[in-house]
Ligand binder design. Structure first.
Ligand code: GTP
Ligand code: MG
Length: 241
C-alpha cells in the first residue's frame, strides 16, 4: 500500500557524531507531488537531509513525518517501497541488467523493464552489451561506466511506483548530450511524485515548487526561483555566479 507522499521535517537537528551538528533546525513541508530542491555549497548538508528522509540514520531532535506519520513508526520495508532514489554513488548488485532494474519493482514485466530503460536513456547502451538485458553485472556494476550505472539507477527508479523520489546529483556522471536527452525522462520520472532534488546545475532546479538554500546545515533562503532571484541573496549569487 502506497502513501500520498506528503513529507514534513519539523525542527530537525542532526549530527553524525556527538558534538558536531550538521543540520540545525530544519523545517520543510512538501505537499504530495511537489518538487523540492536543495542547493548550497559542498558540505552544506543536502545529502544528509535525504539520508534522514530515507531513515538511514535516526534523529534525536525534531521529527520527520510522511503523510502525518512519524517515520520512526513506519516499517523499513514500507519506507523502501515508498521512496525511490538515485544517489550520488550508484548501487547495483551482481545480477543481470534486467534484475537490477526490476529491483525497483519485483513484479514488473520484461516490457516494463524496457520502458523504464527507455525513460532513463539506458536502452540503447543495454542493447549493445554482450547479452543485452541478460548481461551479468559485476559487483556494483564494475563493467559499466559511471554514467551507465547512473542510467540503470534511473531506470530502477522509473519502474518503481514509489510516490516519493530522491535525486541526489542523479545525472552528474552522464555526458552533456545524454543529459539533454534524458531531461524529458527525468520529468516523466518526477511526475506525480514528491521529489527531492539535489543538483549543482541550477538550471535543473529552476522549476522546483520550493528551492531551499542551505549553508552550514541551516536554511538561509527558501522560495521559488523567481522569489529568490528577486531577493538578491545567496541563491541569486549562486545563480548569476
Ligand atoms: P556535497 O554533496 O559535496 O555537495 O555536500 P552535501 O551538502 O551533500 O553535504 P553532506 O550532507 O554530505 O555533508 C554535510 C556534513 O556532514 C559534512 O561536514 C560532512 O563531512 C558530514 N558528513 C556527511 N556524511 C557523513 C558521515 O557518513 N559521517 C560523518 N561523521 N560525517 C558525515
Ligand atoms: Mg551531497
Amino acid at each position: 500500500q502506497l502513501i500520498k507522499g506528503e513529507v514534513t521535517l519539523k525542527n530537525v537537528t542532526f549530527g553524525y557524531v556527538p558534538g558536531k551538528t550538521v543540520l540545525k533546525n530544519i523545517n520543510v513541508k512538501a505537499k504530495p507531488g511537489q518538487k523540492i530542491a536543495f542547493v548550497g555549497s559542498t558540505g552544506a548538508g543536502k545529502t544528509t537531509i535525504t539520508n534522514l528522509i530515507n531513515r538511514f540514520y535516526e534523529i534525536e531532535e525534531g521529527e520527520i513525518l510522511i503523510d502525518g506519520i512519524n517515520i520512526k513508526n513506519i516499517k523499513k520495508d514500507s519506507l523502501r517501497r515508498n521512496i525511490a532514489m538515485v544517489l550520488q554513488d550508484t548501487h547495483l548488485f551482481s545480477g543481470t541488467v534486467r534484475e537490477n532494474i526490476r529491483y525497483g519493482r519485483p513484479d514488473a514485466t520484461d516490457e516494463e523493464v524496457i520502458t523504464a530503460a527507455k525513460i532513463a536513456c539506458a536502452h540503447s547502451f543495454i542493447e549493445r552489451l554482450p547479452q543485452g538485458y541478460d548481461t551479468v553485472l559485476e559487483g556494483d556494476g564494475a563493467n559499466l561506466s559511471q554514467g551507465e550505472r547512473q542510467l540503470l539507477n534511473i531506470a530502477r527508479a522509473a519502474i518503481s511506483k514509489a510516490p516519493i523520489l530522491i535525486l541526489d546529483e542523479a545525472t552528474s556522471s552522464v555526458d552533456t548530450r545524454t543529459e539533454k536527452h534524458i531531461e524529458r525522462g527525468m520529468d516523466q520520472l518526477m511526475k506525480n511524485r514528491t521529489t527531492f532534488v539535489i543538483a549543482h546545475r541550477l538550471s535543473t532546479v529552476r522549476n522546483a515548487d520550493q528551492i531551499i538554500v542551505l549553508e552550514h546545515g541551516e536554511i538561509i533562503e527558501q522560495g521559488t526561483h523567481d522569489e529568490l532571484i528577486k531577493m538578491g541573496g545567496r541563491y541569486y549569487q549562486l545563480y548569476t555566479g
